[in-house]
Design a protein around this ligand. Structure first.
Ligand SMILES: [Zn+2]
Ligand SMILES: [Zn+2]
Ligand SMILES: [Zn+2]
Length: 160
């Protein structure tokens, strides 16, 4: 009968959506208490915390969208490997090194909510800065004029 027919397309779509959501929420048990971990978008980048906080204070880093004990280099200072901190919105969209008070003045632009990838000078290890020259874009050393190294630009990256 006609009224028994199920709008198949819709059912399938709904199921698909639900399955995706469940896959995201499911199965990242806390290594300490086995309760589910949840993703937290922190000022030092995303991380995972136990849903039983504050009883359980276990936290893990996020690597490839999952909780992990590995360090995610995307959210680390490229010079000193300390964590990067997202600047206050009012100050602009950028990240700065949590070692700022210890003398590391690294700042990175924000790119879609993450610190933009940095490139280091092969000669002195400082960060490179993209510049516009007479003959197009190139990468110069941020410690110029102390270091005068420069690299040509290939698809938005320095040719190191
Ligand atoms: Zn826990
Ligand atoms: Zn640093
Ligand atoms: Zn250099």
């Amino acid at each position: 009968m006609a009224e028994d027919s199920i709008p198949e397309d819709k059912t399938m779509t709904d199921k698909g959506d639900k399955r995706d959501k469940e896959a995201t929420n499911r199965a990242h048990p806390c290594p300490t208490c086995k309760k589910p971990m949840r993703r937290i978008d922190g000022r030092m980048g995303p991380f995972w915390g136990c849903s039983d906080f504050p009883t359980c204070r276990t936290t893990l880093n996020e690597v490839d969208g999952r909780p992990s004990t590995d360090i995610n280099p995307d959210y680390r200072c490229p010079l000193c490997t300390r964590k990067l901190v997202r600047a206050d919105k009012a100050k602009g969209e950028y990240w700065f090194c949590s070692g700022y008070n210890k003398g590391c003045k690294v700042t990175l632009d924000d790119h879609e909510g993450r610190p933009k990838q940095a490139h280091r000078c092969k000669k002195c290890g400082q960060l490179l800065v993209k510049r516009e020259g007479k003959n197009g874009a190139f990468w110069g050393c941020s410690s110029y004029p102390v270091c005068t190294a420069s690299y040509s630009d290939t698809e938005g990256r320095p040719a190191l």
